[in-house]
Design a protein around this ligand. Structure first.
Ligand code: GLN
Length: 251
């Protein structure tokens, strides 16, 4: 009799503990984050650990911590991010996405978190391309659906615009001579130039001013407000500056 009650007590204890554990897990809200994780230094895979890393990844994890939620990264091709968000495949886009009027018609952007611009990249031995005017008649490689793509399409006289799914494919096209130049985000271009100094150079200063924002579904007004509040707190408490310094600080 005693033995049985000890067994029953043990079983009940195990059941109670596992219930508490699962309730604890359920209580932790998860936000799923869509990102094109082939866009260094904003989002990329750390080869040593296999983890997603970069400025954006650190920032959204810090925002998640601030909000008390768990952050899960969902790797998605850049051009599919907005449709996938709208289909509910994740809850927020954090992917060095420029706030544009057109995109703002379908998604709701957070406050801007990064200011940058587009640049031209070409091979180091190319001395004829100095400004966007010099792209007349040239082949320009871009990432599909990016602001670089839209800018290249809008430049008068460009010979051909070749869109690639991933930004490194556009850079490879330049390196192997399949394209004369690429148009892309400044800090990503600089990252490539530093990684491949013999094959890529950044030409001049940015020719656009753009701001990155995170994007949620327009109906998710509460989530938007919570992310904005967390972002403001990280700016106020110095975390944002630390991350900026970590990824873009003077070297
Ligand atoms: N900032 C650019 C855009 O929003 C490119 C972003 C990206 O390729 N991740 O289109």
């Amino acid at each position: 009799m005693k033995r049985w009650s000890a067994v029953v007590a043990a079983v009940l204890l195990v059941a109670a503990v596992s219930l508490m554990i699962s309730m604890g897990a359920a209580a932790q809200e998860v936000i799923r984050v869509g990102a094109d994780t082939a866009f260094p230094p904003f989002e990329f895979v750390d080869e040593a650990t296999g983890e997603y890393t970069g400025f954006d990844m650190d920032l959204i994890r810090a925002i998640g911590e601030q909000m008390g939620v768990k952050v899960e990264i969902v790797n998605t091709v850049f051009d599919s991010l907005i449709p996938a968000l709208l289909l509910g495949e994740f809850d927020v886009i954090v992917s060095a996405m420029t706030i544009t009027e057109e995109r703002a018609q379908t998604v709701a952007f957070t406050d801007p978190y990064f200011r940058t611009g587009l640049v031209i990249a070409t091979r180091p031995d190319n001395t004829s391309i100095k400004t966007t005017d010099d792209l007349k008649g040239k082949i320009v490689a871009v990432q599909m659906g990016s602001t670089g793509h839209f800018a290249a399409d809008a430049l008068p006289g460009v010979g051909r615009v070749d869109p690639y799914q991933f930004v490194d494919q556009a850079m490879t096209a330049v390196i192997i001579g399949a394209a004369d130049a690429a148009i892309l985000d400044e800090l990503v271009a600089i990252e490539y130039m530093q990684a491949h100094p013999a094959s890529i150079k950044v030409v001049g200063e940015p020719f656009t001013t753009e701001e990155y924002g995170m994007a949620v579904r327009p109906s998710d007004t509460e989530l938007l407000q919570r992310i904005n509040a967390a972002l403001a707190e990280l700016r106020a408490n110095g975390t944002y500056d630390q991350l900026y310094e970590k990824w873009f600080g003077v070297d």
